[in-house]
Design a protein around this ligand. Structure first.
Ligand code: SF4
Length: 477
């Protein structure tokens, strides 16, 4: 049986049992507020779990108390509310599910039922709401340095994007897009990578306390494999093995060859010597070949793929999950991309599932979401779905990995596309117009060619062009 299947089994049962335990404390009690944290070290923002909006980490007192990266006054207040039966406002995601008609499990139950959270139950219940908790599931980004400028990304998340915006300004969509000034005003612009960062300093102060009980640690970016902090973490693990730790890195896996060599030379022995429980590499790529390269500007698809092949060959029990942030440019060739994933799986899933695929839906910018496509594009989606189902039935189930999760995620995308569109006809016109404005400018600035890269989407391009013209006429331009 695959590692993933072992992990998945009992997931629902655990959540049902945990619901009962949580509700005995209070109907708004959730262990994720204590056990899980995302820390955005580049901007000094934090959230627990990842559903509520981020909030600022106060700098005052951070040096003396680095656990404030997680235990902020706002979170402590939310924990007080949770223990006393009040629902924190930011957890709307869960309250909506729990208030819906019928009997539903929310993430409050699922997350709290995960072993890394459940192990904290007695401690959290016994201690006062304001004790400085040490979380078990931590996600951080150290740095926004990135070698790519993906179409749906932004200057506050990629230095390459920021460089372009500094040179050419914002994109001329109806509301200017990726405008540096508005990002600055909203507090989203990060501390530049070459400047002192008190949040990163606090992280390293806190790390020796955090590490011994850590169960999951995820590093994202920017591009973490070009960041020295990532290697400092890996060196630490080498010197201080933690066989209970699940480590994960999200990467575009397109770094320079020297960085790849460095990464492989460190991660392979760590994994072989059993210094970790597991290592998952999340690789962001949204479809195949030149279309993938268009979406993620700067990507060399074949180079990235050969890097993944090397990783799977040299890091013998290392796993990979392709994260395809499913957007309207993923649709027409996703079936071919899936075949590549299947090929990799057939060759590398030798003893257990090592190759996974996840397809979260892209919601922003709306013009790149599947909502703006005409219904005719559903044909591509159904073809891909049938193809995936057929392939899934041919492969040995135990070596397949999270087959049902993968298929269900894709079926859900088809249902979303076939279902009621959340946007009005007028909004769709606005977003299609913006699609045309954004990618025309993209082609001009970046020397790309939409129609040459996506010949299957010529009709959609015309629709978007017409929408942009019509809106200009309506606005008297
Ligand atoms: S109640 Fe829901 S949104 Fe709030 S921390 Fe728990 S899982 Fe996250």
């Amino acid at each position: 049986m695959s590692e993933e299947k072992n992990e998945q089994s009992g997931y629902v049962e655990r959540a049902v049992e945990m619901r009962q335990r949580l509700n005995q404390v209070s109907p708004s009690f959730c262990l994720a507020k204590w056990a899980q944290v995302s820390i955005h070290l580049t901007t000094g923002l934090t959230q627990s779990c990842y559903h509520p909006p981020t909030h600022k980490i106060p700098l005052e007192g951070l040096k003396e108390n680095p656990s404030q990266l997680h235990n902020t006054p706002q979170k402590i207040e939310e924990r007080r509310e949770m223990k006393s039966g009040t629902r924190p406002k930011g957890c709307e995601y869960c309250w909506r599910i729990e208030d819906a008609k019928g009997d539903h499990l929310s993430d409050r139950h699922y997350r709290s039922g995960e072993p890394w959270a459940a192990e904290m139950f007695d401690e959290v219940v016994a201690k006062p709401f304001d004790y400085p908790t040490v979380p078990r599931y931590v996600e951080v980004n150290f740095n926004q340095a990135c070698n790519l400028k993906c179409s749906y990304c932004s200057p506050h998340l990629s230095t390459t994007w920021a460089k372009e915006i500094r040179k050419h300004g914002a994109y001329p969509t109806e509301t200017p897009h990726n405008d540096m000034e508005s990002l600055k005003k909203s507090g989203l612009m990060p501390i530049p990578p070459n400047e002192p960062n008190p949040y990163v300093d606090a992280f390293w102060e806190w790390w020796p306390t955090l590490y011994p009980t850590l169960k999951t640690f995820r590093m994202t970016g920017g591009e973490p494999l070009i960041d020295p902090n990532t290697y400092r973490v890996l060196d630490w693990i080498q010197e201080n093995p933690n066989p209970e730790l699940e480590l994960a890195i999200t990467s575009n896996f397109s770094m320079k060859p020297e960085a790849l060599e460095k990464f492989l030379s460190i991660i392979a022995p760590i994994k072989e010597k059993g210094h970790l429980k597991s290592f998952m590499l999340f690789v962001s790529v949204d479809t195949i070949g030149e279309q993938a390269e268009y979406i993620r500007n700067g990507l060399d698809f074949n180079y990235m793929w050969s890097n993944v092949e090397r990783y799977l060959t040299e890091v013998q029990t290392g796993m990979v999950t392709f994260i395809s942030t499913f957007n309207n440019l993923s649709v027409v060739r996703f079936k071919d991309f899936y075949d590549k994933v299947i090929d990799l799986r057939a060759r590398h899933n030798t003893n257990f599932g090592r190759v996974y695929l996840d397809t979260p839906i892209l919601r922003y910018p709306i013009w790149q979401s599947i909502y703006v496509l005409p219904p005719s594009y559903l044909a591509y989606m159904y073809q891909t779905q049938f193809h995936m189902e057929e392939k899934a039935s041919q492969l040995q189930p135990d070596l397949y990995g999270a087959r049902d999760t993968e298929l269900n995620r894709f079926r859900r995308l088809c249902s979303v596309m076939a279902g009621e569109n959340p946007y009005s006809d007028e909004e769709i016109q606005l977003h299609r117009g913006n699609f045309f404005r954004f990618f025309s400018e993209h082609d001009r600035r970046r020397g790309t060619d939409f129609l040459k890269t996506f010949p299957e989407m010529e009709d959609f391009w015309s629709l978007c062009q017409d929408a942009a013209k019509q809106r200009d006429t309506n606005r008297g331009q």
